[in-house]
Design a protein around this ligand. Sequence first.
Ligand code: 5GP
Length: 219
Amino acid sequence: MDTPHNVSLTNPNKLKRRGLLFVLSSPSGAGKSTIAQMLLKSDPEMKLSVSYTTRAPRRGEVDGKHYHFTDEATFRQMIEDDAFMEWAVVFDNYYGTPKAQVRAGLKEGEDYLFDIDWQGTQQLYQRNETDVVRVFILPPSMEELDARLRKRATDSEEVIEARMARSKAEISHWDGYDYVVINDDVDRCFNRVREILHAERVRRSRQTGLVDFVRDLMT
Ligand code: 5GP
């Protein structure tokens, strides 16, 4: 039997909808990566947009899963080839979101999670305004942020200090986001972020199957 045209291809029990680009930004150490992992684990409809970066892998990071690790020459060539939805230089390294996977998935109702900084968020928003949901995570205090960065202990003192300095600059862009959540408790923060995601999914404009669904209801 053919799938009815108002029904999602990936989940026949659901109405067809357009996917969304769910951006999580925060200063380093505010807990964004933990929240991102929790979201990916708990939500089968959410996929991670895996960025390219020229920075070296940290311990435990897997090529193709956490990032596509590459060199500067390759990254520059990809910029030339217009292969990125957005890119930025962060801590002297290049970071960028490849276009290919996301563009195709959006139409099929796949959601993508972006762990990117404010510069990337601005670019993404300028180019895909109606598909983007921007969430900023704040630490409860700068002392707490400093403590979290030190606990991680995978970076040198110099890198930690540079990150602390940058954190203030990153925080100053909080007002370029649709939602702001303070991460004083990881479970509470996660629940807030999940509520935002669920609400954004049922926005009328995203539920592309609604018109036919309602028409069928009325007949
Ligand atoms: P890290 O090196 O700690 O993984 O990431 C450093 C910063 O780069 C974080 O703020 C992260 O959100 C940002 N970042 C990671 N991937 C991308 C990307 O593809 N584009 C942009 N603009 N920023 C990114």
